[in-house]
Design a protein around this ligand. Structure first.
Ligand code: HEM
Ligand code: HEM
Length: 279
């Protein structure tokens, strides 16, 4: 199994079970302790849960960064991702019980909100990691992106050679394919993976219509080969665009996850500072 498909079930759900135990202990502690003045972050259990929450958040951030050092697919990265996901999710219970359900327009609730957004964006990351690797290998039909790029270059050479045996009008289609077959580009083009403006797709239409006007049988054969080469190139370009867009989707949520984590740590620092010095 790949690192991406099996991290949730790693070691028979070891981290799911550990996190579930942690949540259970938290809920029992919260329920068993009913201080005068109500449950909140300032009681002993409140301080305990807050401390566990803060340590978990710092550890998860460190773990997230540290994970980058491992090569993909290893047993270790799977375990670390599994721990990250389940312990991260357990914060929804630990931190919520820490607050005693007291929220307001203040830096404490800001920290809480940022934490929830980090967790939510992480959830999208898990969704992407589960969904896209399979789609990506399906899209590349078992070949690597670099092999497909190489095939595109070979097709360009073949197309150029074929135009020499064909009337000038075919050179226009070849140039269109060469100049206007863009892969990637701007942010939206990258993300959408759309092939609507593909120069090779347009060249297929142009060369096909030109082929119909030919009468010489040798030229007809060359034209058929050229249309086939252009079609293959258009197909590869479309697959490569989709590949890039999948990669972009697999990364884009990190653009929320990481900055939100930084905001979370900063606001938590303020929260703890304020409760100790001013509250
Ligand atoms: C060492 C860690 C922490 C300590 C010492 C701590 C301390 C406290 C204290 C003393 C209160 C009660 C304030 C009051 O009764 O008015 C409180 C409330 C609160 N804490 Fe924490 N906390 C910690 C971690 C966290 C974490 C990790 C979060 C969430 C991300 C969080 C979010 C909140 C919120 C939302 C409240 C309620 C604020 C309100 O009453 O409006 N705290 N915390
Ligand atoms: C408050 C809790 C959390 C914090 C502070 C946190 C922080 C981080 C950080 C700093 C990274 C490293 C990003 C990078 O590669 O540069 C990361 C990665 C990640 N996080 Fe979180 N995270 C939290 C909760 C979650 C949750 C609940 C989930 C899933 C439901 C999740 C899913 C992920 C995933 C899938 C990665 C990418 C791992 C990889 O690149 O292999 N995180 N997180």
């Amino acid at each position: 199994m790949s690192a991406h498909t099996s991290f949730l079930a790693h070691e028979r759900f070891r981290w799911f079970k550990r996190s579930a135990w942690l949540c259970l202990i938290t809920i029992v502690a919260y329920s068993a302790y009913a201080p005068v003045g109500g449950r909140n972050g300032g009681t002993w259990v409140g301080y305990g849960l807050g401390t566990i929450g803060l340590l978990l958040i710092l550890w998860l951030s460190w773990l997230g960064v540290k994970k980058r050092g491992f090569s993909g697919g290893s047993h270790t990265i799977r375990g670390w991702t599994s721990a990250h996901v389940y312990l991260g999710l357990s914060l929804t219970i630990i931190a919520t019980l820490h607050t005693g359900f007291e929220f307001g327009w203040n830096v404490h609730t800001l920290a809480y909100t940022l934490m929830m957004l980090v967790i939510l964006s992480g959830g999208f990351g898990v969704f992407a990691y589960l969904r896209y690797p399979a789609k990506m290998s399906e899209n590349l039909i078992g070949q690597s992106a670099s092999a497909l790029k190489k095939e595109m270059q070979d097709l360009d050479i073949r197309i150029a050679r074929l135009t020499q045996r064909l009337p000038d009008s075919f050179a226009e289609a070849a140039r269109m394919s060469l100049d206007q077959t863009k892969i990637g580009g701007g942010f939206m083009a990258l993300l959408s993976g759309s092939s609507k403006k593909c120069g090779s797709a347009k060249a297929v239409a142009l060369a096909s219509s030109q082929a119909e006007t030919l009468t010489d049988s040798a030229q007809q054969t060359s034209a058929t080969e050229m249309v086939a080469s252009l079609s293959r190139k258009a197909e590869i370009a479309s697959r490569l665009r989709r590949d890039l867009s999948y990669k972009a989707i697999m990364d884009i949520w990190l653009w929320l996850h990481v900055p939100l984590t930084l905001g979370l740590i900063a606001s938590l620092g303020a929260h703890v500072f304020i409760v100790f010095y001013y509250w």
